[in-house]
Design a protein around this ligand. Structure first.
Ligand code: GDP
Ligand code: ADP
Length: 186
């Protein structure tokens, strides 16, 4: 099987990380861990959710791409992607839509674009509160230009990305299972 990467994108709270964890547990698709300078949230672990970096240590990495999002730096390293492909030929990565665009340009058909969203935007805020995010961080996140940009599927991805409407988690899992079993049988 040739190497492929599922690129998970979408607004904060839509369910990107939940989908990444689900496909790792159920389908054995490991998540490529990226780097960030943002503070660790309650429940997050270094090396599992992210490699948490200082501004200085972030600068020492070899990034395939990096972005500013909501006032923090995020980047995916070439080493990280290689480490993922050493574990399995099929991996996932969680990126903003700008990073997704870079992956599509660099990896072409090897990048399978998934855009996770919800029907009701107000639901996103409720989910961030339920997740336990810091109130100040939520306000900063929801008012950022990057969050607003990622609320909609980029024009460049129309007819290219698989859109996952994650309103109901049980239905989301069924939709994912259908996609991945089809992929396995192709
Ligand atoms: N381009 C790019 N985006 C990333 C990377 N790592 C995480 N992101 C994105 O950065 C954004 C903010 O992530 P995070 O702070 O974890 O917030 P969340 O969306 O609320 O889970 C999300 O859209 C992530 O997909 C990366 O290495 N590169
Ligand atoms: N379909 C859903 N219905 C209700 N809550 C959900 C659903 N999917 C995910 N969540 C919850 O919403 C919060 C945000 O999900 P998460 O996967 O962290 O989003 P993202 O990575 O896109 O920011 C988490 O607490 C998660 O458990």
């Amino acid at each position: 099987m040739k190497n492929r990467v599922i690129v998970l994108m979408g607004p904060a709270g839509a369910g990107k990380s939940s989908v990444a964890s689900y496909i790792e547990e159920k389908w054995g698709i490991p998540q490529v861990i990226t780097h960030t300078t943002r503070a660790k949230r309650i429940g997050e672990t270094d090396g599992v959710d992210y490699y948490f970096e200082s501004k200085a240590s972030f600068e020492t990495k070899h990034f395939l791409e990096s972005v500013n999002y909501g006032g923090h730096r995020y980047g995916s390293s070439i080493e990280g992607l290689k480490r993922g492909f050493e574990k399995a030929p099929f991996v996932s990565i969680v990126l903003d839509t700008k990073g997704g665009q870079t992956y599509e340009e660099r990896l072409g058909e090897q990048a399978w674009l998934w855009y996770v969203t919800v029907s009701n935007v107000a639901e996103l805020r409720s989910r961030l509160i339920a997740r336990g995010d810091d109130e100040k961080a939520i306000v900063q996140r929801l008012s950022s230009a990057e969050f607003k940009r990622d609320l909609a599927l980029p024009k460049a991805f129309e007819n290219k990305a698989l859109v996952i409407k994650n309103d109901d988690w049980e239905k989301t899992k069924q939709a994912i299972d259908a996609q991945l079993s089809k992929e396995q049988n192709d």
